[in-house]
Design a protein around this ligand. Structure first.
Ligand code: 5GP
Length: 115
């Protein structure tokens, strides 16, 4: 059940990687929706937020630590940014390897589309 993100983690397909440590990998989204659009993924594959367990606590905490570092590195920390984790169909999840979007570099507008 390996997803495209596991292949990126394994370096089987290319990505513009901006950060890596023992627990997470971060790379630029292939279809950016803002000037900065980076995905942060735990290396251990977790399909959705529904599949999270206590064993994932360190890796999931690391997502926020790395989000803050990337925001600083990308120069968007002060103006602000948005972190998004989509889950399943209603959440709009397309890749079933849990990931955090970090979006910024422009005023992002309302949190949700009006439809
Ligand atoms: P989701 O809708 O699952 O929260 O977000 C999946 C994200 O992965 C989308 O923003 C999509 O553009 C991005 N994505 C899908 N395939 C690839 C890929 O092969 N490489 C990269 N860098 N991003 C991808």
């Amino acid at each position: 059940m390996s997803t495209i993100f596991s292949k990126i983690i394994a370096r089987e397909i290319p990505a513009d990687i901006v950060y890596e440590d023992d627990l997470v990998l971060a790379f630029r989204d292939i279809a950016p929706q803002a000037p900065v659009h980076i995905l942060i993924v735990p290396k251990q594959e977790i399909a959705t937020v529904n599949d999270v367990s206590a064993a994932d606590e360190e890796a999931l905490g690391r997502l926020f630590i790395v989000a803050a570092k990337i925001a600083s590195d990308e120069g968007i920390a002060e103006n602000g940014y948005r972190l998004i984790v989509n889950c399943n169909a209603d959440g709009g999840q397309e890749v079933f390897h849990l990931h955090m979007h970090i979006l910024g570099g422009r005023r992002l507008g309302p949190m949700l589309a009006k439809h």
